[in-house]
Design a protein around this ligand. Structure first.
Ligand code: B12
Ligand code: SF4
Length: 494
């Protein structure tokens, strides 16, 4: 079969939904998903559009570059926007084919199955789109490509149906390196708090832990997939930036792999500053290894401390207990690692429980902390297990119901229709009425907790030491503006 001309493809990572918190002034990550697509579609004429840093309208850009394919990478919070853009694209005089992939589709492809979307990738997505583009280029049908759901037009003119082709998750050992086109062109656009020019790397897929609220446990077919560590270190060595955010769900899980990592970094004399996600149980049990990692370049640690109550931690199926969280804080202080603590707030808490958390933050002098509302994402264990020990977080108050498999083709009939208000899954909004507070008081507590670390004198000193005086002021200004802006959004879009 003859090879056609390269396709004109536009790949888009959407700007955050306008109803959600605008964090781009303090965190703006390299759009690795687009740069992976660039690696797999290198033979085509590809345009990458990062909505986090480039606010141009995707439909106008598609028209300008005469895109034949438009690819969306979507979080759950982007679903409505993606479907709206797909609709506008399909109404163009010469409409492109529209495909969707990304984190949410990986676990729950169904909500994207709209008449304006031609296919949704959920497993081994990068190989899948490369195969589909090749088929389209050759004028061949592609509805049998694995790991995707395709809209199939009946030849007799009947209504379109959906065909879901199962497939295995990607093979991390065979993964190509991302082509860092956007980062290398504009490194200053990407930063993590005060870590400027911060690139990203992914060394593993899925998570080894099984925290029952967590969407990440469902990714990569519910398993953990690792890239070979020497390949990871080679990639790090080639990154043209000192600061690197490791976007693995949990980089700290295998002591042996981490020792190999440190040894390779030392052998190659790499001088990088790394920020990684990890668990408190691992940090607490491996203080010596944490010191070795610090010597290998570890600077920042993002840890889900979640709560200050052992019963709640056990109910979430967390391995760590409060004592591990405490040990993690101490180890980070001792090793001078920046700790970014993630907490989850339970809408069933009494005012006393909020006050206890505030007291804890003051006592432990946590400079960086974020607070999420306990949220059940569709596709997670809790979304189908209503008898969870941490309470019932199924959608209420107008939130979309969780969708699961159903129907002869595995697609829930209800989820083919456009679901409203996916942006509510921003990890902050309530999905149920708080038990002891009004929603407004709940959100005010959330705002107070969010602002509290910046109000502590110890934080001022810490930030000044790490960022310098003027950056500290700018950061504090951004933090307040983000918090107040979000409160406005909460009231504007209830
Ligand atoms: C780093 C990170 C962030 C960074 C931003 C990262 C980024 N690139 O935008 C920050 C901290 C800013 C952030 C913010 C938010 N995040 Co976040 N984040 C992550 C984290 C830890 C890693 C994401 C990442 O960088 N992956 C690297 C890329 C390369 O992997 P990937 O996206 O999976 O893409 C792969 C494939 O899917 C494929 N692919 C991707 N797109 C496409 C498109 C097509 C067409 C094809 C074919 C293939 C394809 O290529 C990649 C190679 O395998 C994930 C956890 C996780 N396991 O994913 C959470 C996660 C994605 N975040 C999540 C959420 C909810 C948010 C927020 C909404 C939270 C909030 N409070 O507002 C915001 C939204 C910001 C926004 N952009 O709108 C959820 C999303 C859940 C969901 N079902 O969608 C996750 C899964 C974490 C969780 N709590 O469950 N996040
Ligand atoms: S909360 Fe963190 S450690 Fe737990 S399953 Fe999710 S990503 Fe893994």
């Amino acid at each position: 079969m003859s090879e056609g001309a390269p396709l004109r493809i536009l790949a888009y990572k959407p700007r955050p939904a306008r109803q959600t918190i605008a964090m781009e002034r303090v965190v703006c990550c390299e759009p690795l998903e687009l740069e992976y697509l660039a690696a797999y579609l290198a033979e085509h004429e590809l345009t990458l559009l990062d909505g986090m840093t480039d606010r141009r309208d995707v439909v106008e850009v598609a028209v300008r570059v005469q895109a034949q394919l438009v690819l969306f990478s979507s979080f759950i919070t982007n679903i409505e926007d993606v479907l709206a853009w797909a609709g506008r694209l399909k109404r163009l005089p010469d409409p492109p084919q529209v495909f969707v992939g990304g984190v949410h589709a990986e676990v729950v492809p169904e909500p994207f199955c709209s008449p304006d979307v031609d296919g949704v990738f959920f497993a081994n997505q990068l190989e899948g789109i490369a195969a589909v583009a090749r088929r389209i280029q050759r004028g061949e049908p592609f509805d049998d490509v694995a790991g995707a759901v395709f809209r199939v037009i009946e030849s007799d003119g009947g209504a379109p149906t959906w065909k879901k082709n199962p497939g295995p998750p990607l093979d991390p050992a065979a993964l190509r390196r991302p082509r860092r086109l956007l980062f290398e062109k504009n490194p200053d656009r990407y930063f993590y708090l005060h870590h400027q020019r911060c690139a990203s790397i992914k060394t593993a897929f899925g998570c080894n832990e099984k925290c029952n609220f967590c969407f990440c446990t469902e990714m990569h077919g519910g398993r953990l997939g690792l890239r070979p560590i020497d390949d990871v270190v080679d990639e790090i060595a080639a990154i043209q930036a000192r600061n690197i955010l490791v976007v693995d769900d949990n980089f700290l899980f295998s002591a042996a792999r981490l020792r190999d990592f440190c040894q390779l970094v030392r052998a190659r004399r790499l001088e990088k500053s790394l920020i990684v996600y990890g668990t408190a149980s691992f940090v607490a049990q491996n203080p010596d290894l944490m010191a070795e990692l610090r010597d290998a370049g570890l600077r920042g640690l993002i840890v889900g401390l979640e709560t200050i109550d052992d019963t709640e931690l056990a109910g979430m199926n967390k391995r760590a207990r409060v004592a591990d969280n405490e040990a993690t804080i101490d180890i980070c202080n001792k090793l001078d690692l920046e700790l970014f603590a993630l907490f989850m707030v339970n809408p069933d808490w009494t005012p006393g429980q909020f006050r206890a958390l505030a007291r804890y933050l003051r006592q432990r002098r946590l400079a960086f902390a974020t607070f999420s509302t306990w949220t059940t994402f569709p596709g997670t264990a809790l979304s189908s297990n209503r008898a969870s020990p941490v309470g019932d977080f199924q959608g209420s108050s107008g939130a979309p119901a969780a969708v699961g498999p159903g129907g002869p083709d595995g697609i829930h009939p209800a989820s083919r229709a456009r679901e409203p208000q996916w942006w509510r899954y921003d990890l902050l909004r309530l999905h149920q009425r708080p038990r002891h507070l009004s929603p407004l008081r709940y959100y005010l507590w959330l705002l107070y907790l969010y602002l509290l670390p910046s109000l502590l004198p110890s934080t001022g000193a810490e930030l000044r030491r790490r960022m310098g005086f003027f950056r500290m002021l700018r950061f504090a200004g951004h933090a307040v503006a983000i918090g107040v802006g979000f409160l406005y959004k909460l009231l504007r879009w209830r």
